[in-house]
Write a protein that binds this ligand. Structure first.
Ligand SMILES: *Cc1c(COP(=O)(O)O)cnc(C)c1O
Length: 455
């Protein structure tokens, strides 16, 4: 048996020239986001005060299956793309599985995760429109790092609200953002009304993505020539991430295989959509039988335990109402290390796909995720981000099932990022001081019951 890693790359000319918009091909389109004041379906213009206009149009585009990648963005993709598709012989051997395991390695981007694929696009469209300042939130700091770099590339000022727990757990991500020239503040902060409200109620509040989003939006709408950007959840973010799956499709063909199962970890859905949607196109249009599995943390289980309903994307309720699987925008996730997965809701596209049975979700406990990450690191030589460990854990579950049944299934997972800035988490794992956190159906129901039913 070959135990060498085998890697597949694309020639520069084969890097995608268009992103894939799955909304155009979906039989049941996602329900429209609603304007919270009027409860009317959102029009792109409603989003213009917050987002760059082109991004607002992409967000609501349900007709064009292919959207051109601007040359300026594609030229930046060439700095690190194509990313390798890797046959994980080492992991297969460690598991003794007949499954063929492949992973798409997005950790090779300059900032160490897939987030740069959308950050470059978002910074570009803002610059093109004449915007000078952009704001955002970040959890573990991956999105903040990506946007800080992208802002520098296109000559924009960038201000980031980082969730307080991560700001303290992962100080080097803050240093990275500052190195790229961004200003970074721990959220909740006293600099916005949303932050002040929370700190007044709960001075020890450790923050959440939902709260940080509220702060960043507030800054954007109160600062001249400033727009807000988001690193996940929204449809235009998944759109930009499809460059992952479009490349993987060509690379799998080079390997002479086609995936039976596609797996990604799930925070708001952008790396999942990025790798899955280009393949799902063949499921929708040609009936190709591929399984799609989103791996979420058991401590923040919106897909496996949440309810499908209209909810806000942020804690304070500044965003449009989104039709999604949610734990409630008031949900405070436990302080797990996979900061990028600590979000209460799922994107509208994924929510519709899950409702329609086109994909499924599994929940993974924190300790199982690190068991998987360490096994993977020892087999493949790459230390995965705590978020990516969830995808690896789900992959190992599938591969072990194949070992029992003897099936030679082809599994493709997305390695969304590396964990080299997350070694504190690994230290705690080795010291046996990591905890599992469970959220029960009763807790979710009680939390959702507190929210006003909007629809
Ligand atoms: C942000 C992040 C995620 C989760 O976000 P999605 O939008 O669900 O992809 C996963 N992995 C890494 C490394 C991240 O930085």
């Amino acid at each position: 048996m070959n135990t060498q890693q085998k890697r597949y790359f694309l020639a520069e000319d084969d890097i995608p020239r268009q992103w894939y918009n799955i909304q155009a091909d979906m039989v049941n389109k996602p329900l429209p986001p609603l304007n919270p004041a009027t409860k009317e379906p959102l029009r792109p213009e409603d989003l213009f005060p917050i987002f760059a206009e082109e991004l607002a149009r992409q967000e609501l585009n349900q007709t064009d299956a292919w959207i051109d990648i601007p040359d300026e963005v594609r030229d930046m993709y060439k700095y690190y793309r194509s990313t390798p598709l890797v046959r994980a012989y080492g992991l297969e051997k460690a598991l003794g599985t007949p499954a063929h395991i492949y992973f798409k390695n997005e950790s090779v981007s300059p900032v160490g995760s897939h987030k740069l694929n959308s950050a470059l696009a978002q910074a570009y469209y803002n610059k093109k429109q004449g915007v000078t300042n952009i704001t955002t939130e970040t959890g573990a700091g991956q999105w903040g790092a990506a946007l800080s770099y992208a802002a520098k590339v296109f000559g924009l000022e960038c201000a980031v609200y980082q969730v307080k727990i991560s700001y303290n757990q992962k100080p080097y991500r803050r240093s990275i953002m500052q190195t790229f020239g961004a200003s970074v503040e721990a959220s909740p902060s006293m600099s916005t009304r949303a932050g002040k409200d929370i700190l007044t109620r709960d001075p020890a509040n450790q923050g959440s993505l939902g709260t940080a989003i509220s702060e960043a939006i507030e800054l954007a709408v109160s600062t001249p020539n400033c727009k807000y950007t988001l690193g996940s959840v929204l449809s235009h973010v998944s759109l930009h991430q499809t460059v992952i799956g479009l490349e993987a499709e060509k690379q799998m063909a080079m390997a002479g295989e086609y995936p039976d199962v596609i797996i990604a970890c799930f925070g708001g859905g952008s790396n999942f959509g990025g790798i899955a949607f280009p393949f799902m196109r063949h499921t929708i249009l040609e009936g190709r039988a591929t399984q799609y599995i989103a791996a979420e943390p058991a401590s923040c289980p919106k897909l496996t335990r949440g309810q499908f309903q209209y909810d806000f994307g942020d804690e304070a309720g500044y965003t449009p109402l989104l039709p999604m699987y949610t734990l409630g925008h008031n949900f405070m996730p436990a302080s797990i290390h996979a900061g990028g997965l600590r979000y209460h809701g799922a994107g509208t596209i994924v929510s519709q796909l899950l409702k329609d049975g086109l994909m499924k979700a599994v929940d993974i406990q924190q300790i199982e995720s690190f068991d998987a990450g360490v096994l993977f690191a020892r087999a493949e030589g790459i230390i995965p981000a705590p978020e990516s460990c969830h995808a690896i854990a789900a992959t190992i579950r599938e591969a072990n099932r194949c070992r029992e049944t003897g099936e030679e299934r082809v599994i493709l997972f997305n390695l969304s990022g590396h964990g080299l800035i997350d070694m504190t988490a690994y230290d705690q794992y080795f010291a046996h001081s990591l905890q599992n956190y469970e959220v029960t159906d009763e807790q979710v129901a009680a939390n959702l019951a507190k929210l006003e039913k909007v629809i």
